[in-house]
Structures are given as structure tokens and as C-alpha cells.
Ligand binder design. Structure first.
Ligand code: CO
Length: 248
């Protein structure tokens, strides 16, 4: 016999579950577990086995080197889109890239997860570059422009909506809808680079040690190529220093 306390609309109740019911609940949950287990996609483990073999073939000390720790030069902030695999599009591998991805590669200053990633990347890993990578045909950017409410996604994409609102004049002269969307992707990357520079830890490190360099790039899904938006730290700093100088 087990008893559990639960809240119902009538108030707090104590419910007693019989032994038979307890056994039935156990059997049901066990069945679910077994079903889940059966559904685990074997192709992932097979893919992993192939990868392990390939890594061994390329370098017999590969995994031994990984156990020594990580020392990546780059923090990559990209979109969660499955078509933008960070390491692959940069020709890099395990140990080369510290990665954070979210929908539409947004740098939201109240995002604890991203703040923690940036702090660790700057203060512990001492990365030389923070790369903000957008991509054309970004579903997050399209969703930000849609008039209807997307729930939590809607508030997440406010940052992108502000990019659109803040660049209305520049966007209004672009007639092609596709080109306008591409421009928004680029402007969004530039804005997120500015947001990176607003962070105290980034600014202080850059002023003291000259790193990290903030880089803005766009991945063109149609060609696979990267476009360098030629971001400069000094320019970013000039644009945000009045309200976000770390020494004020
Ligand atoms: Co995207």
C-alpha cells in the first residue's frame, strides 16, 4: 500500500492506492519503458560505431587526445536549424569549437544559458573568436515576421522583430522578398554581434587582452558557402559604448 498527497480542485486530498493498482501502474510504466527502449534508433549507434572506427583510422591517438581536455579557439553561436551543422560547415572537428545554438542565433542578454557559455568561453577557454553565424532561409527569421503569435517562440523572436523595426528604411528599398529576407538575416547577425559586445566580460577581456574578436558570418544554404560580414570590434564598441560601457 502506498499513499500519495495530491491537490485537486476540491483541495488537498490523501489518496490510497491498493497493492493491485500499484502492480498495474508498475506494469504499465514498465511497458512504456520497454516500448521506448525498442524504439531507440539503432541507426544512431551504427553511425557512432562507424565514426569511432573512422577516427581511429585517421588518428590512433584521437580519443586519447580528447581526454586531455579542450582548448578551442572559437565560440560558435548559431541557429538550431539542423541544416547548419557547426563543425561541418567550418571544416572542423571534435575539440575545435565551443558551441551554443538557439532559434535564429539570438544573443539575448537575459539568457542565462548563453551568458554562462560566453563567460566560460571568454574566461576559461580564452577563445580568440566569438562567431555569430546566421543562415539564409532561416525559419526563425520567417516566424519573427509572421503576424500571428507563436507563444514562447514569439517572445524569443522579439529581438529579431526589433532588428526589422530598426532598419525599416534600408529594408523598404529592397524589392525582392528573398533579398529582403536575406538582408534581415545579415542585419540580425550584426545586431547579435553588438549584443555580444554589450556583455561586460567580453568587453573587459577585449580591452585588456585584445580578444575575443567578434565575427559575423552567414551560411548560404544554397551554395554551402560562408559570407563574412566583416565585423570589427572597435566599430561594435563605438555603437554600444554610450549605454553599455563596462567601465561606466
Ligand atoms: Co535558422
Amino acid at each position: 500500500m502506498v499513499s500519495c498527497e495530491c491537490n485537486s480542485k476540491q483541495g488537498s486530498l490523501t489518496t490510497t492506492i491498493s497493492e493491485n493498482e500499484e502492480i498495474e501502474i508498475f506494469q504499465i510504466s514498465n511497458r512504456y519503458y520497454e516500448q521506448e527502449h525498442e524504439e531507440l534508433p539503432q541507426e544512431l549507434f551504427e553511425g557512432n560505431a562507424r565514426w569511432v572506427e573512422q577516427m581511429h583510422e585517421n588518428d590512433s591517438l584521437f580519443f586519447e587526445k580528447l581526454t586531455k581536455g579542450q582548448n578551442p579557439n572559437y565560440l560558435f553561436i548559431g541557429c538550431s536549424d539542423s541544416r547548419v551543422p557547426a563543425e561541418q560547415i567550418l571544416g572542423l572537428g571534435a575539440g575545435d569549437l565551443f558551441v551554443h545554438r538557439n532559434i535564429a542565433n539570438v544573443v539575448n542578454l537575459t539568457d542565462h544559458s548563453l551568458n554562462a557559455v560566453i563567460q566560460f568561453a571568454v574566461e576559461n577557454l580564452k577563445v580568440k573568436h566569438i562567431i555569430v553565424c546566421g543562415h539564409y532561409d532561416c525559419g526563425g527569421i520567417k516566424a519573427a515576421l509572421a503576424p500571428h503569435d507563436h507563444g514562447p517562440l514569439h517572445s524569443w523572436l522579439c529581438e529579431v522583430k526589433e532588428v526589422v523595426d530598426g532598419n525599416k528604411a534600408e529594408l523598404s528599398v529592397i524589392n525582392s522578398k528573398e533579398k529582403r529576407m536575406e538582408k534581415i538575416v545579415e542585419l540580425n547577425v550584426i545586431q547579435q554581434c553588438k549584443n555580444v559586445m554589450k556583455l561586460n566580460r567580453v568587453q573587459k577581456s577585449w580591452k585588456k587582452y585584445g580578444i575575443p574578436h567578434i565575427q559575423g558570418i552567414v551560411f548560404d544554404i544554397k551554395t554551402g558557402q560562408l559570407i563574412d560580414l566583416e565585423i570589427k570590434n572597435s566599430k561594435l564598441y563605438d555603437e554600444i559604448k554610450e549605454s553599455h560601457d563596462s567601465e561606466l
